[in-house]
Design a protein around this ligand. Structure first.
Ligand code: CP
Length: 337
């Protein structure tokens, strides 16, 4: 396997697929290349929802399907919650009991559900870049939202992380030191966060993990350029304002990328003692699901500096903003960018 196939380049998501000829957001596939203006407008709208605004008629009569080919708790349920709060009809596709078990493809599945009058698809799939292919086969009025594909992108996670950080630290990200720690190699969250952090103006980004879980700098599709890359967690944490811990993807342990969970915790687990090396007001984030006692200790995950459940709450507001921007009629002008 070549380094590039280990860590594919999400530049494969074409901006012309994501925005229409006028630059209006058409699908949400990636944060790579999304303008600061568009990103900020989505965050502003999500903040309005967080502040108590509602739009219960925005998607009245619109059907949205959560089309997940991989497991999920937070993303699927928060999209469902968001769509319900906008008045949409929500269909939940269950891959395990669907006709995909008889060999039906993702494309045929989508086309058949689309034929039932569904306009919005929230898609999670193990295959990198799958939404590129699906986008070529849908009706012009259908909208696709990437809920996580392979290792490539998880754009609404990136957005909700930026909203959470903005609430905690204000609008100016330029002086923040952000450490992204753990299984970077397999993380679509890391990739989307990196794109968003750069767009929001963060200059000090530190990437940390064991060598086997870091993409080679020269083959990371540009992702790591401009970041500090280290295998030393203490070095990464020192004085940092934000610690973004990543899930250790235990399903890959058989491949021997990490010697043991105990070794991983010793070298890369975030403990209370280690957290003291960060800035005194540092915040801790994790996309979930958490491996407690592996990448993060209970005392940190549940401690006063943790924003983890705030991230989850913001997931609903960000997903409301995205669904509204893509699917509400008349289309909101502020989706341009
Ligand atoms: N953060 C995240 O994507 O969680 P789920 O896999 O539970 O959706």
């Amino acid at each position: 396997m070549t380094p590039n196939s280990l860590f594919p380049n999400t530049l494969g998501y074409k901006s012309e697929l994501q925005t229409d000829a006028e630059g209006v957001l058409h699908h949400l596939l990636t944060l790579d290349g999304m303008s600061r203006a568009t990103l900020s407008r989505l965050l502003d709208r999500a903040q309005e929802f967080a502040d108590g605004q509602d739009a219960p008629e925005a998607l009245r009569g619109t059907a949205v399907c959560t089309l997940f080919f991989e497991p999920s708790t937070r993303t699927r349920l928060s999209f469902q919650r968001a769509a319900q709060r906008l008045g949409a009809d929500v269909l939940n596709f269950d891959a395990a009991t669907s006709s995909t078990t008889k060999g039906e493809t993702a494309r045929d599945t989508l086309k058949n559900i689309e034929a039932m009058g569904v306009r919005g698809f929230v898609i999670r799939h193990h295959e990198d870049g799958v939404l590129n292919e699906l986008a070529r086969h849908i009706d012009p009025d259908t909208r696709l939202i990437n809920a996580g594909d392979g290792r490539s992108a998880h754009p609404t996670q990136g957005l909700l992380d930026m909203l959470t950080l903005r609430q905690a630290r204000g609008e100016d990200f330029s002086r923040l030191g952000v450490a992204i720690v753990g299984d970077v190699l397999h993380s679509r969250v890391a990739r989307s966060d990196l794109h968003a952090l750069r767009t929001m103006g963060v200059r000090d980004i530190r990437i940390c993990g064991p060598a086997a879980l870091l993409p080679p700098v020269d083959d990371s599709g540009g992702m790591l350029h401009g970041c500090t890359v280290t295998r030393d967690l203490d070095e990464a944490i020192e004085g940092a304002d934000v610690l973004m811990m990543l899930r250790l993807q235990r399903e890959r342990m058989e491949q021997g990328l990490v010697t043991s969970l105990e070794d991983y915790h010793r070298d890369y687990g975030l403990t209370e003692a280690r957290l003291k090396r960060a800035a005194s007001d540092a915040v801790v984030m994790h996309p979930g699901p958490i491996n407690r006692g592996v990448e993060i200790d209970d005392a940190v995950a549940d401690g006063p500096q943790s924003l983890i459940l705030r991230q989850v709450a913001n997931g609903v507001f960000v997903r409301m903003a995205v669904l509204e921007a893509l699917l509400a009629k008349p289309k909101r002008d502020d989706a341009a960018g």
